[in-house]
Design a protein around this ligand. Structure first.
Ligand SMILES: NC(=O)c1ccc[n+]([C@@H]2O[C@H](COP(=O)([O-])OP(=O)(O)OC[C@H]3O[C@@H](n4cnc5c(N)ncnc54)[C@H](OP(=O)(O)O)[C@@H]3O)[C@@H](O)[C@H]2O)c1
Length: 345
């Protein structure tokens, strides 16, 4: 195969938001395959807030992406050439494609082997990055950790996004009263009218604190936390005795990692003591043994029409990846944000 690969390499660690020059789009030749290798053409790339963390040299849950390395990332691809039996040509796969058009599937090099997707596909390819992929599973695990009970009040931040939209619906399915927090009136309507949450607070409105107070008259029993910062701080002021916080993410702080100066810490963290509340940080990567169970449950709900699946699919070339990442932080997506960079053969 004589194709060249186009890839984004990390040249500089961002300070604040990702800026031009932090990543470089390069064109490189693809070496001939050796035994035990396959070549995967990337069809779509997943936009995840954690991508920004991986660019910074901070204490994280994975090593930072090395300078000059291809940017790490999850995606869906199709095997286009193969010298291994488990990855036949034509198969659709999900895994660590990286920010590149062609990925060498070599278990000695990849973070983890690719997963071959079922054939025929039970859902659109994009769903394997969203509701039936790592984001859906994250929501499933987090709601379980929160031990959501019928009649409890659950707050979900970034409620219109990939994880939040599923988490809220799972909490509803457990009989909870679910209040979302999202940015802007359009998202607020979407969260209530389409996703079926009981209420939603517009965190871009000046009176968002009053909105949250009004929407949680009986306090908050479970916080599915995706945002952190001042939103989490106000949520903490409404925690009930014995509340649980499933600390999934803190996207409001990610652009501060590695040099930003906006981080002020969580001011109201002491409410965990006052309310005898518990907070558990969790990483979906640690729950591999529950992936099958989670996907089965999510696929079942989808199939029965009990789970609304939402996504924002950007179309264009690989060169759009930095802008697409910016879109997550600006909040222009609803549901899972994906960049489609190729069509199946
Ligand atoms: N623990 C895990 O294993 C795990 C796995 C996956 C994801 N996560 C975490 O889950 C969270 C959601 O991830 P996702 O992939 O589902 O992304 P997403 O919610 O689809 O997209 C991010 C959303 O966050 C909101 N946002 C961005 N900056 C914000 C800010 N400064 N203040 C308030 N809201 C802000 C925006 O929505 P609005 O327009 O509504 O503001 C944006 O649409 C992230 O914190 C991520 O790190 C954790």
């Amino acid at each position: 195969m004589s194709d060249n690969n186009r890839a984004f390499r990390l040249r500089r660690r961002p300070t604040g938001q990702l800026a031009p020059g932090d990543l470089e789009l390069v064109t490189e030749p693809v070496a001939p395959l050796r035994d035990g290798q396959a070549l995967v053409r990337t069809l779509m790339l997943s936009l995840d807030p954690t991508l920004r963390l991986w660019m910074s040299d901070i204490r994280g849950y994975m090593p930072p992406v090395g300078l000059d390395d291809v940017m790490r990332g999850l995606g869906i691809g199709q095997v286009v050439e193969s010298r291994r039996d488990d990855l036949p040509v034509g198969a659709f796969v999900s895994g660590w494609t990286g920010w590149q058009e062609l990925c060498l599937a070599d278990d000695a090099v990849l973070e983890a082997p690719f997963n071959v997707l079922p054939a025929p596909l039970p859902a659109p390819l994009t769903a394997f990055l969203g509701a039936l992929g790592h984001t859906g599973i994250t929501a499933y695990i987090g709601i379980d950790l929160g031990a959501v009970q019928p009649g409890e009040t659950v707050v979900v931040s970034a409620a219109a996004g990939a994880v939040g939209s599923i988490a809220g619906q799972l909490a509803k399915a457990r009989g909870a009263r679910v209040v979302g927090i999202a940015g802007g009136p359009e998202k607020v309507r979407h969260v209530v009218d389409v996703l079926g949450f009981d209420a939603c607070v517009d965190h871009r409105a000046d009176d968002w604190r009053e909105q949250l107070d009004a929407a949680t008259p009986d306090g908050i029993d479970v916080d599915f936390e995706n945002v952190g910062g001042e939103i989490m701080d106000h949520v903490f002021m409404r925690l009930n005795i014995g509340a649980r916080v499933a600390l999934c993410g803190m996207i409001s702080q990610y652009n501060n990692s590695g040099g930003g100066d906006q981080w002020v810490g969580q001011v109201n963290i002491g409410q965990l003591i006052m309310q005898r509340a518990t907070m558990a940080g969790f990483l979906v990567l640690d729950y591999a043994e529950r992936f099958e169970e989670a996907i089965e449950a999510l696929a079942g709900m989808l199939g029965e029409g009990r789970l609304k699946y939402d996504e924002t699919v950007m179309d264009g070339g690989l060169e759009l990846m930095p802008d697409a990442l910016g879109a997550l932080f600006e909040g222009t997506n609803t549901g899972k944000l994906v960049l489609r960079i190729g069509e199946p053969a």
